[in-house]
Design a protein around this ligand. Structure first.
Ligand code: HEM
Length: 146
């Protein structure tokens, strides 16, 4: 009977043990990562629809409204890689460069919203390609190596 009860308890024990790990992962995210994940929602939705060639313009306009807000939040933050640099001209220059890239990203997200409102599928595909490029370039330059 005792071992039967122990078997019943096992899934709960496993769950209880896993929970702190999940919570810790969430806390490990930097504020910039949190903002980036918000942006990622619209980006992924657009990517999926661009691959199918079938766009839900209203849903995309809404998702990119959120992405734009997240991009504006990002401009106030500093990537972990730059935060670790010692104070001085090099760090100031890197922060300015990061802000410039995020500023361009915000403009591109705005452009996506305008294109969604105009319901222009071809322009939306091109806008996705540009976003992909900006993401790759931004990550290559500003994310620290593992
Ligand atoms: C559509 C555009 C973008 C999307 C969807 C996006 C998405 C993401 C996601 C999901 C993460 C967290 C996971 C990971 O490391 O891959 C991330 C992290 C990061 N992204 Fe982006 N990103 C975009 C553009 C950019 C641009 C243009 C920059 C630079 C100007 C940038 C800078 C960073 C940095 C620095 C991190 C690491 C966070 C930290 O250092 O605290 N991202 N991004």
């Amino acid at each position: 009977m005792k071992s039967f009860r122990a078997i019943l308890l096992l899934p709960f024990l496993a769950f209880a043990l896993a929970m702190p790990a999940v919570a810790a992962d969430d806390d490990d995210e930097t504020p910039l990562e949190k903002a980036m994940y918000k942006m990622n929602k619209g980006y992924k939705l657009l990517g999926k629809q661009a691959r199918k060639g079938d766009f839900d313009f209203d849903a995309l306009a809404k998702a990119f409204g959120d992405a734009k807000v997240a991009s504006e939040e990002s401009a106030k933050l500093v990537p972990a890689k730059i935060a670790k640099m010692k104070d001085g001209d090099a760090k100031t220059k890197e922060i300015a460069d990061f802000k410039k890239h995020i500023g361009a990203l915000t403009k591109q997200l705005e452009a996506v919203i305008t294109i969604c409102k105009a319901k222009d599928a071809d322009k939306l595909k091109a806008a996705y390609a540009k976003l992909k490029d900006m993401k790759k370039h931004g990550h290559d330059e500003f994310i620290e190596d593992e």
